[in-house]
Ligand binder design. Structure first.
Ligand code: HEC
Length: 239
């Protein structure tokens, strides 16, 4: 409820801000597909929502998306879309496609304003759609069982869990000095959407570091590990 109110408020602010700027042109004061939404959809949705993608329908074009406007409003407001199985607040990932509150407010304002197309479709159609947030690469991959717990020394770049369907697991590094760092909490795992989670801040794992996993089902994880960095590890704040 609180989140919903906040989003509505932001939506009102957007309308107000734009309305005052372009008071003589009410159409341009609205959030439109071509003005705001297509760009976000291209970056965050069409990776799955395109013909032959993993999503149930295409959102490539205005015509594709328009019939789903109400559903889109609902899904983004509830943060069910873009689909992403890492729980918010546990680790930060460079390839996290989640929408910002501002972007959610744009979707809401677009749908509430009639889900209109807006001007300049030609300019938009000339841009090549991007397939989603760019992912990093690198490091060697090391498979560890979730019970084995020992991890190779080095710099952890990413984790790629493999869990039992619909199960959940929390991943925490335990350093030799006993301090811990929560890496990720994966909820409602779906094999079809198995993901590599690229850490926003790679973590140095000195020799003797362990991986503690709290899983509700079968579990293994592929780690992407780089050579250890030479800079000393920054002190961790307890969470
Ligand atoms: C990683 C793949 C993926 C991404 C990215 C993704 N979706 Fe989805 N989406 C799905 C799947 C799969 C479903 C079917 C329901 C499910 O499995 O959860 C779905 C369902 C939906 C539905 C419900 C359709 C209906 O019939 O009611 C909407 C609306 C939707 N997505 C919108 C979006 C929007 C908007 C974005 C971007 C902001 C997005 N999705 C990003 C995979 C994805």
């Amino acid at each position: 409820m609180r989140a919903h109110l906040t989003v509505s408020l932001i939506a009102v602010l957007i309308f107000t801000a734009r309305g005052s700027v372009s008071a003589h042109d009410p159409i341009r004061s609205k959030v439109t597909w071509n003005g705001d939404i297509a760009r976000i959809v291209n970056a965050r949705c069409i990776r799955c929502h395109r013909p032959d993608g993993k999503g149930p329908m295409s959102l490539l074009t205005y015509q594709d998306a328009r019939p789903y406007a109400k559903a889109i409003r609902e899904e983004v407001l509830a943060r069910r879309m873009p689909k992403w199985h890492a729980a918010r607040g546990y680790g930060q990932f460079t390839n996290d496609p989640s929408l910002s509150p501002f972007e959610i407010a744009l979707f809401v304002a677009w749908v509430d304003g009639g889900a209109i197309r807006g001007v300049d479709p030609i300019a938009r159609e000339q841009t090549t759609p991007k397939a989603g947030p760019s992912t990093t690469a690198g490091g060697r991959s090391v498979d560890v069982g979730c019970n084995s717990a020992g991890v190779p020394a080095g710099r952890l770049l990413a984790i790629r869990p493999k869990l039992a369907e619909k199960s959940s697991a929390g991943f925490t590094l335990v350093f030799p000095d006993g301090t811990r760092e929560i890496l990720a909490w994966i909820r409602n795992y779906e094999a079809k959407f198995r993901e590599t989670y690229w850490l926003r801040r790679p973590v140095d794992m000195p020799r003797g570091t362990r991986l503690a996993v709290d899983a509700t089902g079968a579990c293994s994880v592929e780690l992407r590990v780089d050579a250890a960095s030479t800079t000393p590890r920054a002190p961790r704040t307890a969470r």
